[in-house]
Design a protein around this ligand. Structure first.
Ligand code: ZN
Length: 288
């Protein structure tokens, strides 16, 4: 059995070096969304930046090895000092640059559970949020109020969504992926119904002209955000009706009809495929 074993090691090395070089070679693309708000796309969660007379305010920071490129991209927007950074949740593709960014002078803000989970993961002291909140917090900077809301048990148990009231920009963190299935991180306190509530909350904040920065995927709008909600509710209904018929998780996972409408649109072509989303929804509904 040596050959298959070597083959699998080879594939593993290939896959990890591909991931490494992807992050290493990532370039940071800057999109201007309003007079003072930008979306930065690199590798990992989408970054939001507000830059103006009061300094720089950042949302999420991707991976540690990308920090030099992220800093260069932000300095190309503004020469003002880095002031605050909000983590939308604790996952490493959103917080990996925390320690480096703290060394750039930011004060990190996040929900209490983000700090707890980063501490449990033995993050260094500099990587931890030093200002934490429970329900909500407001940041008053660069000529506008930025309202930061905790949404309960959605993608994780520490999610924040942020609304820039003058720029009319919403950053959803990973409570929204554009045209993709959700990642319901059940092990970190996420749930399907929390996800649905989070999107409903976001929809109450915005209007037809709002620009939405999703956790992953391209810049989005209210119409697409609304169809993401419809997708979540449709899959909830479909999986619940299988549960009501007494179907097992494996039977649900094997039933292609549940997700077909969205599989055909390519929603499963990313990190969370059709089988994974069906299993996560099944488990989430069974937990209730
Ligand atoms: Zn995440």
């Amino acid at each position: 059995m040596k050959i298959p074993h070597l083959l699998s090691i080879g594939l593993f090395l290939f896959a990890s070096s591909a991931l490494f070089s992807q992050t290493n070679e990532a370039t940071i693309e800057t999109n201007k969304l309003s007079d003072n708000v930008y979306m930065l796309v690199g590798s990992g969660g989408n970054i939001g930046v507000s830059a103006g007379e009061d300094g720089v305010f950042i949302i999420d920071d991707q991976f540690a090895q990308l920090t030099p490129k992220i800093v260069t991209a932000i300095k190309a927007i503004s020469d003002k000092p880095f002031q605050f950074l909000v983590n939308t949740h604790y996952h490493g593709d959103h917080t990996g640059g925390n320690e480096n960014m703290a060394q750039q002078g930011v004060k990190i803000i996040a929900h209490e559970n983000v700090r707890k989970r980063l501490m449990d993961g033995e993050s260094s002291k500099d990587a931890l949020p030093i200002i934490t909140f429970n329900d909500r917090v407001n940041v008053h900077m660069n000529g506008e109020d930025v309202n930061v809301y905790h949404v309960e048990h959605a993608h994780t148990d520490g999610d924040a969504i942020l609304y820039f009231t003058q720029s009319n920009v919403l950053h959803t963190g990973d409570t929204y992926f554009r045209n993709r299935y959700p990642y319901i991180d059940l092990k970190s306190g996420g749930s399907l119904d929390g996800y649905i509530k989070a999107v409903k909350k976001g929809l109450t904040l915005i209007n037809d002209d709002t620009k939405i920065i999703p956790g992953h995927g391209e810049i989005s709008n209210k119409e697409e955000y609304q169809s993401f909600l419809t997708m979540l509710e449709t899959l909830r209904t479909n999986v619940q009706s299988e549960i009501d018929k007494g179907k097992s998780e494996d039977e649900v996972a094997a039933n292609n009809a549940i997700t077909k409408q969205y599989d055909d649109l390519g929603y499963g072509d990313f990190f969370i495929n059709s089988e994974r989303v069906k299993r996560a929804i099944y488990q989430s509904l069974k937990q209730e």
